[in-house]
Design a protein around this ligand. Sequence first.
Ligand code: BTN
Length: 327
Amino acid sequence: MTLDAEILKALRAPPGAEFSAADLVQRLRCSRSTVRSHIEGLRALGYEIVSDPHRGYRLVSAPDLLHADEILSLLGPVEVVGRDIHVFKETTSTNDVAEKLARDGVREGVVVFAESQTRGRGRLGRRWVSPPGKGLWFSVLLRPNLSPQTVTQLTVAAATALSRAIRQQTDLATEIKWPNDILVQGRKVAGVLTELSAELDHVNHAVLGIGLNVNLTTGDFPPELRKLATSLKVSAGRPVRRAELAAAILRELDRDYGRISRGQFTAVADEWEGQCTTLGRHVSIRLGDRRVTGRAESIDEDGALQLRTDHGHLERITGGDVSLEKS
Ligand code: BTN
């Protein structure tokens, strides 16, 4: 962990367990002036840190910005996802940055956040609105031991982890729309774009791009999306601090990535099915130029949707755009 991350972790100590400058010097094995200059640096970023001669340093409030060290300090130990975190003020798309890191041979687990994206993209070539400071726009580089046929497991795991973390942090009731849209009160709050580099029989790497509308207002969405999309702030009626939420999502992603890497996809799929509002519904799915309609029956062991078409066939669906028909 970096010094800033260590300091922020120490400053979150509960009342009565504050750290004096001397404690920090000892804990971080650095000089008093180094501690002081890092505290000043954090204050300049907007962290309100009080120093009481008797009680030591205390973090009173933190700004709603994405700071890699703060997310690391909140995250705690992880196996893979979030071992390394980069935050950019602006990028074209965090998926582009993660893809470049993949080609440079960076190890899996690195996460790239951006405060804003100029060319954020969604599934099926759609644009993803990513205004500055209002959302979590990030990508995770993974090198899973999965075949291209089973890689849908990743997307299912991502949706499950994302949904669980949102519930933990906000108490909002989330639903999953197959394969990976997260809905709150029937409107989309988050989505996952998985991009792959693969051979016929194995995946070289995957970039899991996640977009979560955190503190957007209705006016931040283009008019055509206002009835379809929402944010946590709009739904919960209060703003949500992004750093804690980001750490919670990475922790849950790490957990579910661990589960699928150990061959425990069934446990993830069971949880996913419990939250998925697509199953049991009559749906219409656009697959390029083709549209199929039928009843969404289940997901198989690879994460694909089993659709009982209106003609009675069982069709295995691995992509496409699902619309829920009125039930
Ligand atoms: C969807 O269509 O539902 C998927 C949206 C994914 C958006 C995220 S934001 C971070 C990452 N960078 C992108 O350009 N897209 C993904």
